[in-house]
Ligand binder design. Structure first.
Ligand SMILES: C[S@@+](CC[C@H](N)C(=O)[O-])C[C@H]1O[C@@H](n2cnc3c(N)ncnc32)[C@H](O)[C@@H]1O
Length: 287
């Protein structure tokens, strides 16, 4: 007799390879063999939700169903890691606020325009931290400033637009900054309008070349703790996009455990006082 217990569905090695390759081709995230259990555990609930018996049926659904695009988005949504918090990687943000912003201010002083992209922004803590630092610098008062936050997950983007955060998001934020830039809203703290105003969010898959074509020229790109989940080939593709989207002399800031070694020589490594960062060379440096 059955007491309504949930049937355990296992993923075969062959099924794992099919899902791994499909997800990799779609968004760059690469699951190594030892992560099979993770794929199996996270995707299993999608089977019963779609009334499917096993992973082969789910794979066919993702390939051929009229609802496949939406389902693939939902599957990727549950496979991404969205960990983030305000003012993550303090030394890098110190280089950004004390060195890079001053340089960009000088460089763009005629156009008075600043464009920053937070690629893989998750729930928004990164682009809002950038916005706060731009405002605190006091350099860009009458400038046209835009900070774009993009992510492949619609769920994190709707949280980012709400801009309301709980304690966990503030593990690296000092009291003074909390008082200055956040206000209590329904049990959480919301980023004040002044800092929200500079930030625009959009849904974007970094591997979708058509959509990427719509991204304008940037002075600086933050892409931190995103490429670590990609394989080498997908990293290279995204780095070519970043190179293309950056102004000459534009900066690329990666996560602290990430580097461009063995991936590309298109960027130069800059030894700033507070951190090492990458920069797209100026045209005259290439001669
Ligand atoms: C660990 S979070 C990093 C958040 C933030 N950059 C930080 O360092 O705190 C990685 C984010 O990258 C997003 N992501 C993964 N693959 C992506 C893709 N192909 N295109 C856009 N975003 C992607 C995930 O949805 C996730 O929100």
């Amino acid at each position: 007799m059955s007491f309504g217990s949930v049937k355990q569905v296992t993923m075969s090695a062959e099924e794992f390879r099919l899902f791994r390759d499909m997800i990799h081709a779609h968004c760059g995230i690469y699951f190594r063999e030892e992560m099979k259990y993770l794929l199996e555990r996270r995707l299993a609930p999608r089977l019963s939700l779609n009334g499917l018996e096993d992973f082969t049926a789910y794979y066919r659904f993702l390939r051929f169903s009229p609802a496949r695009a939406r389902e693939l988005e939902d599957a990727v949504e549950i496979l991404t890691t969205n960990e983030t918090y305000f003012f993550r990687e303090a030394y890098q943000l110190k280089a950004f606020s004390e060195e890079i912003l001053a340089e960009l201010h000088e460089r763009n002083s005629r156009r008075k325009r600043l464009r920053i992209w937070s690629a893989g922004c998750s729930t928004g803590e990164e682009p809002y931290s950038i916005s706060i630092l731009v405002l605190e610098s006091g350099l860009f008062g009458d400038w046209d400033v835009e900070i774009f936050g993009n992510d492949i997950s619609r769920k994190v983007l709707s949280a980012a637009r709400r801009a309301v955060y709980s304690k966990n998001a503030f593990r690296e934020t000092d009291e003074e900054q909390i008082r200055k830039w956040f206000e209590p809203v329904g049990g959480g703290l919301q980023v004040k309008e002044e800092a929200r105003r500079l930030v625009t969010f959009g849904h974007l898959n970094l591997l979708d070349e058509q959509m990427i074509g719509l991204v304008g020229q940037m002075d600086l790109i933050f892409c931190r703790n995103v490429l670590i989940y990609f394989d080498k080939d997908a990293k290279k593709r995204v780095l070519r996009v970043f190179h293309d989207r950056l102004q000459p002399g534009g900066y690329l800031l990666l996560g602290h455990s990430e580097s461009l070694i063995n991936l590309t020589s298109d960027f130069e490594l800059m030894h700033l006082k507070n951190d090492l960062v990458y920069r797209k060379p100026f045209l005259e440096d290439l001669s």
